[in-house]
Ligand binder design. Structure first.
Ligand code: BGC
Length: 369
């Protein structure tokens, strides 16, 4: 029933959108005008290639004129992409910034041209040149990761290895903040001992951390969202760790790409008897890791919903309607109206139900399901 409804609503959206956008933008076949520009951070991570595919799926068979460009981890390239799209006459820009603060100048250029800016998944900070934000509940992502480690911990003094995303990404702060809020009381009561961060150790009695305090910890345990950096850090940490920080351990890994490389390192240390490691994104490779017992959990963020929200917003804007929002996020300069989506914890117990039965992935894409 739910599926039928979804399909039906997608069809309605597509039909409405096709007619309306052709009318709004005056697009004719063959014209190179683009109504909605989409800029994504990098093709090097499966997460964003997936978003590209989900946008394409959602827009297939429509006359909706969109173009998707990737910034390849460079703010300069991102600015260039925005300028390219402005030259094609976009009216709405959907952008997931590489660096949330550096993206300010790109969106300011868009605003000057009268374009409506929607931040996608990652907030753009310290600028008023942003109209809307579509996002998952990122504090809940971190809280789910932290809670999973708590629920899996046995006894006292469990060594806790902390890793975080890139400091240039506002989400990295939210994920860590969400995790820290639930983990901190369990560090204070002796369930966990911090294994790899003197900055976290120095703040272990504080449950609510300021942005600066979070920044100090992130500065020490960042992976920069780079699996290689995560691997090198994990190796360094395990080499330095004393015997009491080995055995059965807990690892807060911020996303799937970094979780897999951290898991590979922990899995080959003979002094680590077992480890619980978190993730997020439900990347296919991590779903296989979960099936194989090599990654403990992931936080599933249904990109189909985020894409649908972004497209719905774009349609409303082109139709001079006010997009529906559910709250707001302060970006350091203004409160940005936001539409937020919930997340789902996935581990070996519910992987089939959440990802296969929901038709997010096909069973044939995995072994041993
Ligand atoms: C996204 C995550 C992603 C990470 C690295 C974050 O902003 O929310 O889904 O794993 O960036 O690209």
């Amino acid at each position: 029933m739910k599926k039928v409804w979804k399909l039906f609503s997608v069809l309605i959206v597509m039909t409405v959108l096709t007619g309306m956008l052709a009318a709004c933008s005056g697009t004719t076949g063959g014209s190179s005008k683009v109504s909605v520009g989409i800029v994504l951070p990098t093709k090097d991570e499966p997460r964003w290639v997936q978003d590209e595919q989900r946008f394409k799926d959602a827009l297939a068979d429509s006359d909706y004129t969109t173009e998707i460009l990737f910034s390849q981890g460079s703010s300069a390239k991102e600015k260039e992409n925005v300028e390219t799209l402005l030259n094609k006459g976009i009216e709405v820009l959907i952008i997931a910034p590489h660096d949330g603060a550096a993206a300010g100048s790109a969106v300011e250029a868009a605003k000057k041209e009268g374009v409506t800016v929607i931040a996608y998944d990652r907030l753009i900070t310290e600028t008023d040149a942003i109209d809307y934000y579509v996002t998952f509940d990122s504090l809940a992502v971190g809280a789910a990761q932290g809670q999973y480690l708590i629920d899996s911990a046995e006894g006292k003094n469990v060594p806790l290895y902390l890793y975080a995303g890139a400091s240039s990404d506002n989400n990295a702060f939210l994920f860590f903040e969400g995790a820290w809020k639930v983990l901190q009381p369990k560090i204070a009561d002796g369930t966990f001992v911090i294994a790899n961060s003197s900055e976290a150790e120095a703040l272990k009695d504080k449950q609510e951390l300021t942005r600066d305090e979070l920044g100090k910890i992130l500065g020490q345990v960042t992976t920069n969202w780079d699996p290689n950096e995560a691997k090198n850090k994990a190796q360094t940490h395990l080499t330095a760790a004393a015997a009491n920080l080995k055995g059965d351990v807990a690892v807060l890994a911020p996303n799937d790409g970094t979780a897999r490389s951290i898991a590979d390192v922990f899995g080959t240390d003979s002094d680590i008897s077992s480890f619980v490691v978190t993730g997020q994104d439900a990347e296919k490779a991590s779903i296989q890791y979960i099936i194989d017992g090599k990654q403990s959990m992931t936080v599933f963020k249904d990109v189909r919903t985020l894409v649908a929200d972004a497209i719905d917003m774009a349609i409303d804007i082109l139709d001079d309607k006010k997009p529906a929002t559910t709250g707001s996020y302060n970006n350091g300069k203004v409160d940005v109206k936001a539409k937020q989506t919930d997340v789902i914890v996935v581990d070996e117990e519910n992987v089939k139900k959440e990802l296969i039965d929901s038709e997010y992935y096909e069973a044939s894409e995995f072994k041993g399901l």
